[in-house]
Design a protein around this ligand. Structure first.
Ligand SMILES: *[C@@H]1O[C@H](CO)[C@@H](O)[C@H](O)[C@H]1NC(C)=O
Ligand SMILES: *[C@@H]1O[C@H](CO)[C@@H](O)[C@H](O)[C@H]1NC(C)=O
Length: 399
């Protein structure tokens, strides 16, 4: 074989590896998805390789390669945009320019990005905030928070909670012309995790008198205890979020020590002393039949107490909102949950829907049958517009 043939062969094999993605029939625009997935696979592998060479931490390299585009706070004809801080936490504020006779809705938004990337300034989130202002005539506060791998739990929780508490002060709401009876919180993915966690925390906070009217959780991550849910088994290699990536991301939220990730991957990270918590994430009792079909419930194997002693965060309700007891859940506001069929995090969201409904909370559950993780953020994909429309319509009716 000549050199050219060998080269062609290598290119062919690599091409097949990166492009071959078996997809279900109902997935819209499959070629766009295949290309996006190839892109993600390539940068993930490059980042892993660079980490192996000792160049930098995997997540830092990943962020670099992702080339996430941030935009400045530019006002336009409809909205005044500014960067400021709430309780020392950087936030981006969007206020409608049009005069209003009455007070407005207020929406506190928490971006996603796996806990290691993303910001309010990211093009996709800046765009979403502007659309929210235009479509709902709302004041939008889009918050930032400290990220992994430099910062660990509870830093991200504290940042978001501090910014939220600042926003919920009467004088701050007055300043932005926001109706204290119409304040909602929303977040996607890692931001959905934080939205659920701070909304719970707010319930018993004696210092905050103004409460939230709605919470919208968009494909949120809500627990780490059981990483072998049917959705994990079904979608372990589905674009764009694989089971191995999410184990890495969850563990990086608490530590850079890889032993937590290794234990999570085999579902042996929860110690005997915490086995009583499994009832809160028991998919056998919390998932509707449709999602359980074909799976057998095995109680996860219990691990040693060492990991939980070193990194208690993964058993903390502020990191895993599904661990709240029913008494706590009962007082939660009107809730909207988006879950996607092809998403490892699907069953987190569905179990939360069941638990909230059992506790008497009013919940609208929007399950997207052909959806995948991140659907709202994939600009240029039809599914992004569909998801955004459904989400905005719900807010218009309920906030
Ligand atoms: C401002 O709002 C109008 C009416 O909703 C819309 O047509 C226009 O595109 C908006 N401008 C920008 C820059 O978004
Ligand atoms: C989970 O739920 C099933 C019933 O659906 C029950 O048999 C099992 O004991 C439960 N396991 C735990 C750990 O709560």
């Amino acid at each position: 074989m000549g050199r050219k043939t060998i080269l062609l062969l290598i290119v062919g094999v690599l091409g097949a590896y990166y492009v071959y993605t078996p997809l279900p029939d109902n997935v819209e625009e499959p070629w766009k998805l295949v290309l996006m997935n190839a892109h993600v696979k390539i940068i993930t592998n490059l980042a892993l390789f660079a980490e192996l060479l000792g160049i930098d931490h995997f997540l830092n390299i990943l962020t670099l390669f992702m080339g996430l585009q941030e935009v400045p706070p530019t006002s336009d004809e409809n909205v005044t945009v500014m960067d400021t801080t709430f309780n020392n936490v950087p936030v981006r504020v969007y206020v409608p320019k049009r005069k209003s006779e009455t007070l407005r809705r207020g929406l506190f938004y928490i971006h996603g990005g796996g806990g290691f990337s993303g910001s309010a300034a990211l093009l996709t989130y800046d765009f979403l905030s502007r659309r929210t202002v235009d479509r709902l005539d709302a004041v939008v506060i889009s918050t930032n928070y400290r990220l992994a791998p430099k910062y660990h739990f509870p830093d991200q929780f504290e940042d978001v909670y501090n910014a939220l508490r600042w926003f919920l002060r009467q004088d701050v709401l007055d300043k932005y012309g926001v109706d204290p009876e119409r304040v909602g919180i929303s977040g996607d993915s890692a931001g959905g995790n934080l939205a659920a966690a701070v909304t719970q925390q707010l319930i018993d906070d004696p210092d905050v008198k103004i409460k939230l009217k709605t919470q919208s959780l968009i494909y949120p991550a809500l627990q780490t205890l059981d990483m072998d849910l049917p959705s994990y088994q079904e979608n372990s290699h589905f674009p764009v979020l694989s089971k191995s990536l999410i184990a890495r991301l969850w563990s990086e939220m608490f530590t850079t020590d890889r032993s937590l990730e290794e234990a999570m991957l085999v579902n042996q990270h929860v110690p005997v002393e915490s086995s009583h918590l499994f009832k809160y994430v028991n998919w056998s009792s919390l998932l509707p039949e449709k999602f359980k079909r074909g799976y057998f419930y095995n109680s996860p194997t219990l691990g040693s107490s060492e990991l939980a002693k070193k990194y208690p965060g993964f058993l903390d309700v502020r990191a895993a909102p599904l661990l709240a007891d029913d008494d706590k859940l009962r007082s939660l506001p009107l809730t909207y949950v988006i879950t996607c069929q092809y998403d490892v995090l699907r069953d987190d969201g569905i179990m939360y829907v069941t638990r909230l409904r059992n506790a008497g909370v009013r919940v609208t559950h929007n399950h997207i049958e052909d959806g995948l993780h991140g659907a709202l953020s994939y600009h240029g994909f039809k599914i992004a517009y569909r998801t955004e429309n459904q989400y905005m319509n719900w807010l218009r009716e309920n906030l």
